[in-house]
Design a protein around this ligand. Structure first.
Ligand code: SAH
Ligand code: SF4
Ligand code: F3S
Length: 463
């Protein structure tokens, strides 16, 4: 579905409010800090929040401790994320007592659940406001309210319209995330995302291309197109993801196009061909499999079988021979037998992913799987996760071996955390390579030769 847009008059009104905030705080050196949980969607949203706050006169703070505004952008995809968040909010109680002017706001997926946002407001009376995933553009209103001493909850926004043209403060000067779809219609039975991010809607192709062009004008050379399921981009609009890749590929200045995530059920031969034909599209695909057992996949509502998935992988590798695959896997889904789990192990062994994100199934309130019988005990989930991770560690090491002696181009992204003389960058296939070099190379493309394979990474030298 094409995204409905927020009406310009409503946006203008917010801009007026942002100006009022600016006038209240100017010359006071106010700063903000955003703590982001969850996936790339949230990372991208935090960039918009940062852009809006800067428009109101706030500047970024290097630490949470010194900031005048603290925002938590939350995730609720698994239980673990929720617990960590609640502890981190609780820890701010004393600071707020010392500094009543401190503004604390909570947003993101977890807050889109009305019962949770009400609970958070009750449990933490020092929180100024909470807001959901689709109302970022109304942040000025929330900030002005907070300066006036109000406490606000803002989660509903009918129809989940999309707001174009918001400012963004992007932290990476060479590589940028670009939203192409919002929300999700797939309703995998374990997943909360469709409930907290709303129905799937696509941005207009021309809007995406215009954003990519303006990023290129600012020196960005690598973009990552974002959607819960990029493969279904443009549904009902007469365009598809292959068209989008083609048009973005034509943007001058862009050298690399990445995208995530891809849903196997919508991975068409046409799309595979587009990946092969458009030279800037990177040879890496994140193609979550979730389980290797057809029975479990069916109960997950994934709409493909084990055999269908393996066939896709075969077709994809025939069309794009050097493509690297990464995946997501859930262990301990309700009713998962030892046999089902072995099917997952054997699939992982057969495909040979470059990397895998592995999770213990976490029941989410309101989803179908949470109501299913035969929930798996924690001890078994733990055991299976361990076995899966051991297998994947072996496969990752095997996969790394094939890069020994390989020459390829990397985009130099930063320094190794431990060694200031070691740079890192990614190959087209998303493989990370570490190599000696200096600061002047940041943001450039360099050809490196891989000389050594460590457990999780490749070491090399520049040519
Ligand atoms: N739209 C993306 C995934 C978003 S969530 C996609 O479909 O690929 C990222 C990953 O979290 C999922 O791929 C899944 O492996 C995992 N996940 C989602 N819900 C979960 C749950 N209830 N318990 C455990 N893992 C979950
Ligand atoms: Fe969740 Fe499935 Fe949608 Fe991914 S495709 S966000 S796993 S419902
Ligand atoms: Fe979490 Fe929301 Fe992403 S629930 S995984 S931050 S879409």
């Amino acid at each position: 579905m094409q995204a409905k847009k927020i009406e310009p008059e409503r946006l203008e009104r917010q801009q007026g409010i942002a100006q009022a905030v600016f006038e209240q705080i100017q010359d006071k050196n106010k700063t903000y800090y955003i703590e982001t949980y969850g996936c790339q969607m949230n990372v991208r949203d935090s960039e918009t929040i940062a852009g809006l706050l800067q428009g109101m006169g706030y500047s970024p703070s290097a630490t949470k401790e010194k900031a005048d505004v603290i925002l938590f952008n939350t995730c609720c995809v698994r239980d673990h994320a929720e617990k960590r968040l609640l502890a981190n909010i609780g820890a701010l109680k004393e600071r707020k007592e010392e500094d009543p002017e401190l503004i604390i706001g909570i947003c993101g997926c977890m807050m889109q659940q009305a019962d949770v946002s009400r609970k958070v407001m009750r449990r933490f009376p020092f929180v100024n406001f909470v807001f959901g995933t689709n109302v970022l553009w109304r942040l000025p209103e929330l900030m002005l309210g907070a300066l006036d001493g109000e406490r606000l909850i803002l989660t509903e926004e009918e129809g989940f319209a999309v707001c174009e043209g918001l400012p963004a403060h992007r932290s990476n000067p060479f590589s940028a995330f670009v939203n192409i779809t919002f929300g999700c219609d797939n309703f995998c039975s374990y997943c909360i995302v469709p409930y907290v991010r709303g129905r799937e809607r696509s941005r207009e192709l021309s809007e995406v291309v215009a954003e990519v062009s303006s990023l290129a004008d600012r020196g960005i050379t690598e973009i990552t197109l974002l959607g819960q399921n990029v493969n279904s981009y443009g549904k009902g609009m007469g365009v598809d993801f292959a068209d989008l890749l083609h048009d973005v590929n034509a943007v001058d200045g862009i050298r690399r196009i990445r995208y995530m995530s891809s849903h196997p059920k919508d991975l068409s031969p046409r799309l595979m061909a587009a990946i092969a034909q458009n030279d800037k599209v990177c040879h890496h695909m994140h193609l979550p499999v979730q389980s290797g057992s057809t029975a479990i996949l069916e109960r997950m509502n994934r709409r493909y079988t084990r055999e269908g998935y393996l066939q896709l992988v075969e077709d994809l590798r025939r069309t794009v021979p050097d493509i690297e695959l990464t995946t997501d896997v859930i262990v301990g889904f309700p009713g998962e037998t030892d046999r089902d789990f072995e099917d997952t192990l054997s699939l992982m062994d057969e495909v040979g992913y470059a990397a895998a994100f592995t999770f213990k199934y976490s029941p989410r309130k309101g989803t179908r799987a949470a109501e299913m019988e035969d929930q798996i005990p924690e001890a078994i989930k733990k055991e299976r996760l361990k076995a899966l991770n051991e297998l994947q560690a072996k496969k990752t090491a095997e996969n790394n071996q094939k890069y020994l002696g390989h020459r390829g181009e990397v985009l130099v992204e930063g320094f190794d955390r431990r060694q200031e003389t070691i740079l890192f960058g990614k190959l087209d296939t998303f493989k990370m390579v570490y190599f000696p070099g200096d600061e002047g190379l940041l943001g450039t493309y360099q050809t490196v030769q891989v000389t050594e394979c460590a457990r999780n990474s490749l070491l090399g030298r520049m040519e």
